[in-house]
Design a protein around this ligand. Sequence first.
Ligand code: QUE
Length: 372
Amino acid sequence: MTSNTHMQAEGSVEAAPEELLVEAKGSCALVTLNRPRALNALNTAMRAKLSEAFPRFAREAQTYCVVIQSAGDRAFCAGGDVREIVGWGRDDRERARLAFKDEYALNWLHECFSKPTISLIDGAVMGSGVGITLFGTHRVAGERYRFAMPETAIGLFPDVGTAWALSRMPNAIGMYLGLTGRTIGAADAYALGLLTHCIPAARFDEIKTALADTWPVDTVLDDRHVDPGPGELAPYASLIEKCFSADTVEEIIERLSAVTGSQNEWANAVVTDLLSRSPTSLKITHRHIRDARTLDLRQTLCVDYRLACRFLDAHDFYEGVRAVLIDKDGHPKWHPAAISDVTEQMVDNYFVPMGPDEMVLPTRPEMQAARV
Ligand code: QUE
């Protein structure tokens, strides 16, 4: 393994710093997301480098574990580079599909990886960032940790295998998180199993040093864990369960709208959030999270790919990225515009298998038997 620090270009022009750094620190392989100005959003080059590095880590005698961290102090990883993908979606649909396929295959590679993988997350982790951390063995939050799957705001859906995790959360909280795209902090994320440890970020350097010296991962992390206490969602748990366990998005909104008393204001704000999201995204997300309860992660990722292809063939993803990330006017014009205009038939069509175009991921035993 070589260190990929800031390569100098030929001549006087300095090359852009490597957007993903891979270094050997003693018995630890240290991966750094290094695109701080783009909030470390994961692009194709970074994904390719990760996909190449992990099978190599698995076979290196000196690599005991992998640590994933990020540069800068604004976000751990704001998601995928969706601007890159919508550009391809318009000009080269196959290229855009391939970007999604490569990402979901990377998520599966992480799930099947044979060594401890520790993400040190001190900042926002959203979308694709969740995908590269959630399937590792250890997810550690610093004080600034925030989690969200905000895709319904950009006309997409919670992908990278998260429907599998969201569908298994208690009290319909996963449905709440996936539909609203709302953010939670470390205490809620810890209670939901998204995190394994909460440790002050000032101690992250010690952790890396200990792992470089081959101290056992669980001991190193357990000794520094600080219980985060009750989450911000705890007071709303029964309300969320009552409303978000409904069979349809319309029914969820009706139940929220009928909430009276001290939680009326909170419920109304959730309705306002939901009504600003893509109606198509909401209905597809609802069905996806409902159905993922009976799927394993591999199957969920294959459905993710099917859905991503359908979103690339539709309108809202392009419009959402335009309104939220490009023009930043915050006023996407969704098509269909109303939740009731998204019919069961339209939802069914997103989930229809694509025959020869389906993504095929090797089973776990096939991954384990792979020789590289
Ligand atoms: C909802 C999202 C995303 C988002 C904003 C949303 C998302 C995403 C980004 C993002 C942020 C910074 C970047 C970038 C993308 O923002 O998925 O390339 O530099 O990746 O409201 O789902």
